[in-house]
Ligand binder design. Sequence first.
Ligand code: MSP
Length: 511
Amino acid sequence: MDRTFYVTTPIYYVNDVPHIGHAYTTIAADTLARYKRLCGYDCFFLTGTDEHGQKVEKAARETGQAPLELADRVVERFKGLWDALHITADDFIRTTEARHREAVTALYQRVWEKGDIYLGDYEDWYCTPCETFWTETQLAGGNTCPDCGRPTERLKEKSYFFRMSKYQDALVRYLEEHPDFIQPASRYNEILSFVKGGLRDLSISRTTFTWGIPVPNDPDHVIYVWFDALTNYITAAGFPGDEKRFQQYWPADCHIIGKDILRFHAVYWPTFLMSAGLPIPRKVFAHGWWTVEGQKMSKSLGNVVDPNQLVKEYGVDPVRYFLLREVPFGIDGDFSRSAMVHRINSDLANDLGNLFSRTLSMVVKYFDGVIPAPSNLQDVDRRLQEASEKVFPLLAQQMDELAFNKALISIWEMVSAANKYIDDTAPWTLAKAEKDRPRLGTVLYHTLESLRLIALLLAAFMPSTAEKMWSQLGIEEQLWEQNIKENGTWGGLEPGKKVVKPIPLFPRIEA
Ligand code: MSP
């Protein structure tokens, strides 16, 4: 294992409890990480929590807790949800950890030594909930925040500034030379024209609250929460102390984020890194937002979907499947119970679940569970084989593009091909005549082998379903030790081994 792959989620604010928006990013990152591991990469998958800043300080005050007390509690909610969703993060970073404070201080110091930080006066329109200053021209009607719509106020404070304007040309050049840096492409264009429109220096310290990492040599200031938060990606990669590890994993291969925080990742972050002389991440992918039953998800509407509840009702894999299958990654989508139930019943219970259980039942019934050997192949057999082998390179390309829904569609094409194969070959008819027994064995071998390949393809998306399929198919090798390239070719299933009586993969859900 020499090739590394470093994938991250945003670090989540601890002033809020986890909802499907958070689950979405983390499931996507987990799927990518699992897929890359199955491709033989030494994968490093990072998630965590963003614990400093005014929002967290305020939320703690409102509930009569110290900020860290609040954080300690909410962190458990996130960790619990990640367990429930079978998330395989290799590290969980909290910005209140000592290793992170050290990294933020070191990064700040480097930028300072470069001469890119100066003390100035900052005055502008400030949105407290978003912790963002806005210029007059950016404000929405009635001096409200263009992001959240709430009122802003005029605020002036002493602040340290980062000379972001100095990096405008370098960033434009970088973007033009790396057209794949920001995805989807529409977002790339948006950022490129934003940068070309002019970069202002960025205020990177605050004096209006204290919950943060102090500015080195001026403890009246705390470091702006986004400078602090973005640094998490290098903290976990070993910056500044572990040079070897840092060389190994940095730059990150992919930051997966929501569209609302793209500017921080695609403009601020690269310019901080340029100033510090550190490499820039390879890709930032901004996904879309979920509404719920057609409405914006919000605490005040009381329609925030708790992913734990969904897992309890539908099971973990159906939740993972639905979120990645329903909407192209990068586009906004709507979550509804009816859509979810429909997907579970039609794609999971009918298409895949039935295919699996009817195949295994026939092997148990006609061959006592022993996997038959194939012989005398016909065209219909070869077509199934070709259909299966075709999916692997296609999936590789789709996973590179983070086109999770397309990848699932490709896998389902294979599921359909296997279903059609059974219908065309009608093993139940072959079972009636002793002379057709070799043909029956060939047909069932082919169906079983395509199910093995389907399990391998599905493993990253629906890990426990794939595990169940794997063990019921009687395969002794560990699923997670498979290599998609080496084991994803036709013929891996060994005749003579025994499958078990199927246990339904997905119970149907009554609407
Ligand atoms: N703490 C910052 C990120 C710092 S990263 C260095 C933050 N945290 S957050 O908790 O508010 O949001 C985290 C992620 O959740 C964002 O990527 C955001 O896009 C995502 N989502 C929040 N609501 C969402 C939906 N309704 N739908 C999809 N994703 C959503 O921002």
